[in-house]
Design a protein around this ligand. Sequence first.
Ligand SMILES: [Zn+2]
Length: 330
Amino acid sequence: MNRISWRSLIMLWAMGAALLALASCAGAMPKPASRAAPVADATLPTLAPITLAAGEKLRVVATTNIIGDVVRQIGGDAIDLAQLLPAGTDPHSYQARPDDLRQLNRANVIFINGLHLEEAMQPVLANLDGNAPVIAVNIGVPIRELGDAATGHAGVDPHTWMDARNVKRWVENIAAVLSALDPAHAELFVANAAAYQTQLDELHQELVAAAAAIPVQQRNLVTDHDNLGYLADAYGFTVTGAVIPSLSTLAAPSAQELAALQQQVEQENVKAIFVGTTVNPNVANQIASDTGAVVAPIYTGSLSDASGPAATYIDMMRYDMTQIVAALQQ
Ligand SMILES: [Zn+2]
């Protein structure tokens, strides 16, 4: 790397550090402990039916648009669904807006990802005026845990949806909750859930087959933050580096970490850095232009808008795998 690009990289780092909460992270990518025990809160609460007037629909709120899409597949027209995060927003940093508060306070039930994904929204979720149950769709999902507290990387990985099998568990949870709250539509919810589960099974097999096109020794992923761990575990990849070596976008990389990543990209001849559409790509672009790697956009924290290539969860996963396979094959 020449001196000029170093300077621009450090400047970009300083800008990022000024904007983001500083986290002290030293060292290379943490090694995940394993797909360990399910989440601590492993059972759904018992919910009593809501009394609905004739023609009145169950009022359901979903935080992320990925959860919103899955809830919509199950609830269809039988529910009144509001999803809070618009397309393209980062779920880690999103803060509730006044209209979100109105939706949250009138809801009969609120579906969240949990696992600290909605960390910037947590104060609002913890202090709602309404009394809707707040249900983490990940109840019962095997969670990827990072155990290295010394480096500040400890924590649970919230990006569970990057393994299609985990979303099957979301579907079970969502169908059970909607059926308990609105038993008159339970048969519909269960039928919709079963049909969607079949699509998720097909999606999973399709992703396995697509990944198999890449030789195992080439299935290395460098990402924007540590968001592809579940995808890597499920589809046989290894995450070897990240611009922000953290489970959250709210952390910032140190200059040393960026220098180490740049060196790694050069030495290991990394072909692509996979950057989520909700993340500022400046640092990744800089590393790419200095090293000859490409920045490959993928959707991880948010769907695209309706006209984009990732308008639904299933489209998102297909699109991402296509991007990954294409970038690693070049
Ligand atoms: Zn993330």
